[in-house]
Each structure stands twice: as C-alpha cells, then as structure tokens.
Design a protein around this ligand. Sequence first.
Ligand code: SAH
Length: 216
Amino acid sequence: MQLPTDSTKEQGQRLQMVSLLKEMGIHNPTVINAMESVPRHWFMDPGLVSHAYKNKAYPIAAEQTISHPYTVAYQSELINVSEGAKVLEIGTGSGYQTAVLKAMGLAIYTIERQRELFKKTQRLFDQIRLRPKKYILGDGYLGLPEDAPFDAILVTAGAPSLPKDLLRQLKIRGRLVIPIGTDAQVMHRFTRTGEKTFDKEQFGEFRFVPMLKDKN
Ligand code: SAH
C-alpha cells in the first residue's frame, strides 16, 4: 500500500501550526521536531483534511475526537522523557499522538477501548507503516501490567478520578500525565519518587472526551 500524500502546501501549513505552538509556549526541541514531521492530515476524517493544521480538535470515528495540536504537544512535553524511553499511551484514538511519540524516538505501547476506532486506526498504522511496540484493544484503566514498569504513562481521555493501577506501573522517577475531572479536566502529573510515594503537580484546564471503563 502506498503512503498517503504530504504536499508542500500541507508541509507549509504544518510549519505555521508549529510556529503558533511555539508562541503558545511549546519549547522542547524533540517535541517541536516531531510536530513538524508528522502529517496530522493523515489522521483526520477525509472531509476535514483541509482543517488539519488549525489548532482545533475534530471528530474522528465512534464519537471521539483528535486532540488539539497544542494539547498533543503539551502532553508530549510533560512526560519529559528522553529517546528510547518506554511509554504507555491510553486512548490511541486517531493515532496522531501515537505518531508524535514515535517521532520522538520513544518505545510506544498504546491502548484503545473502542473496537471500531481501534480497527480503523490499525488500518492507518499499516498504511503509514507505524509500528508501536504494542497496540491493544482493551481497558486503559488496567494499564498494561505485563509490560510495566514504564518511564511514562500518558492518558488522552478525561479521567473522573485517578486510576491507581496506573501509578503502580511507573518506574521510580516515572511520570503519569493525566487530565482529571468530569466537565473540564485539570492536567496532572504524578512522579513516582519511591515505592509508595508520588509527587503531584497540576497544570492548566483542558477538555477531553471521557475515559470510560471496559472495552467496547
Ligand atoms: N490521542 C487521541 C485522542 C483521542 S480521544 C487523538 O489525538 O486522536 C480519547 C480516546 O480515548 C478515544 O479514542 C477513546 O475511545 C479512548 N478511551 C476512553 N477511555 C478509554 C479507556 N478506558 N481505555 C482506552 N482508551 C480509552
């Protein structure tokens, strides 16, 4: 199968999008390079492709959304890992965040609970030859105990409360980046400081689709 196209116009729009992200405070060079290199329009519904480089969230399949580019970049910075780190993503969705994390040189494990979306994104991953270490249909509340511990866990859906299983799957000094809240969410970062101790930091307010239990 052929790779989808990435025209010079789209590449130009992408650089403009990244300039905006820098103005908004994104500064990590690895994140910036990744955002410049991943064609976001590959991850959008065909009818919305012309909007791919706006800093907006858009509908994908199964009533889910592709996150704002700013949110993707911001969470990618907050995990604060270096090349080769082992990262678990919860909420694969369109696969865009997965592709950005891959472009950052990370080893990615990713979980999606929605079967329809899971299959659609699997087809896209095959087409664009994006190969996470593992791509799983399952319930992210459980994490991935058989592959733990992780350097970072990044949750891309809004959790009503903190899923304790995820904390247990962090390495010492590992980080969990997770939006917590119901209507709106506050971005949280938990850093494991010891066997049973964690530091908690809070960042701005965001809006995510809800993190739901069980797979569908
Ligand atoms: N990073 C994605 C965000 C998609 S929206 C993107 O930019 O496209 C959040 C995704 O989390 C949705 O696809 C939703 O189905 C998924 N999700 C919600 N609860 C989940 C859970 N418990 N486990 C795994 N995925 C979940």
